[in-house]
Write a protein that binds this ligand. Structure first.
Ligand SMILES: [Zn+2]
Length: 67
């Protein structure tokens, strides 16, 4: 689905995919904004986004703990 301004409305699958890719690479502006938009509209992906942040913070903390 394309909305005004040429932004794409992501599916939940695409949104979660982007959320995990975001851990490994910077997202394109286009991807960022699509993702933000999806997160505004979708509660379950917002929850997933929180989880993935927590997990990545934890794994960073463990890494620095190991040295
Ligand atoms: Zn979603």
């Amino acid at each position: 689905m394309v909305i005004e301004g040429g932004l794409f409305m992501l599916t939940c699958r695409q949104a979660t995919q982007l959320l995990s890719e975001k851990q490994d690479r910077p997202l394109l502006l286009r991807e960022q904004s699509g993702l933000q938009l999806h997160l505004l509209a979708c509660r379950s992906c917002r929850r997933y986004s929180k989880q993935i942040k927590t997990i990545s913070q934890l794994s960073k903390a463990f890494k620095s703990f190991d040295g």
